[in-house]
Write a protein of this length. Structure first.
Length: 313
């Protein structure tokens, strides 16, 4: 698309105005005529922008392709139902899917049904092989269901972001766990109607620094930390921790999740998780289920109501 100046130069050359030399049989344009020609070119340029789909304030929102977020929309665009557990990765490769599965399995062991929702793109899902039985695609055609004991696993079935979260079989789950993973665009961390968030990190210097940045966005929420790696943090890591992460450690809101070589090789499968990971999942669930499921980052004395009053939809 040519600019107004380029278009004007083209017209000017056709009128014989090039380097101050009029073409044969042509006359020089007066200043008023030049200004009028430029105004007309600018007017045509604006019309062209609208014709090719340029975004203007006068166009309706629907015609511009905008999607007004609604309650319970997928993708972290709006408030989540009360009672959900969200699992966020503090940085890339933290292990959020393993932690989300461990919490879901822990709920199943206690006799509660659980619904684990994987928000990742199908090509990047860490839970693609975690179900022991596949149940096919739901009625909306956007979520693929699997079953693992009494845990229903819902994974995205298409590249497009679904417009709504999936509904588990029976339309109710005792515990709903949302594996957000790496919240690259910050939408999920801006969700306010959330009962509790588990932030997963590795006890490394870059890991705790990136996690502190995420915790800064979650300062008004109840947060529990799942630290994947050694229980005892190296001195350099502890010294690199920010004030919010230090407060959570002092308040006992950090659960160590050990590394397991088998999972590093095979990834998550339909087989039971290693016993050490199961124990960490039970510890996280117990912490989440207590009367004080975590520490709000604005105060280490903040309390919160019970986590599982029954997930609303």
């Amino acid at each position: 698309m040519s600019t107004p100046l380029a278009s004007f130069e083209s017209v000017a050359s056709s009128e014989g105005i090039r380097a101050g030399h009029p073409a044969e049989g042509r006359r020089l344009l007066a200043v008023a005529e030049v200004q009028q020609a430029l105004r007309e070119l600018r007017s045509r340029q604006a019309v062209r922008l609208v014709d090719v789909g340029g975004d203007t304030a006068s166009e309706p929102r629907k015609s511009r392709g905008d999607r007004t977020p609604g309650r319970h929309r997928a993708g972290g665009d709006s408030d989540l139902p009360t009672g959900w557990i969200t699992v966020l990765a503090g940085h890339a490769g933290a292990g959020a899917s393993t932690v989300a599965l461990a919490i879901s399995d822990a709920a199943a062991v206690t006799g509660r049904s659980a619904h684990l929702i994987d928000n990742a793109h199908p090509a990047r899902s860490g839970l693609g092989a975690a179900a022991s039985a596949e149940l096919g695609i739901d009625d909306t055609g956007t979520w693929r269901r699997g079953l693992r004991s009494t845990v229903t696993i819902s994974r995205r079935a298409t590249d497009a972001m679904p417009s709504r979260w999936p509904v588990p079989a029976g339309h109710h789950a005792g515990v709903t766990v949302l594996d957000v993973g790496l919240d690259a665009d910050g939408r999920a961390s801006r969700t306010v109607d959330r009962a509790c968030t588990v932030v997963v990190c590795r006890p490394t210097v870059p890991g705790v620094r990136l996690t502190e940045a995420l915790l800064d966005q979650l300062r008004d929420q109840v947060v529990v930390i799942a630290a994947v790696g050694a229980r005892r943090w190296p001195g350099e890591v502890a010294a690199s921790s920010g004030p919010r992460l230090r407060a959570l450690r002092l308040a006992g809101q950090v659960v160590a999740v050990p590394l397991e070589r088998r999972l590093e090789v095979t990834g998550l499968t339909g087989q039971p998780l290693p016993s050490s990971i199961q124990a960490a999942g039970r510890a996280l669930l117990a912490l989440l289920s207590s009367r004080r499921p975590g520490v709000a980052l604005t105060s280490v004395t903040t309390t919160s109501p019970g986590l599982f009053p029954g997930a609303s939809r």
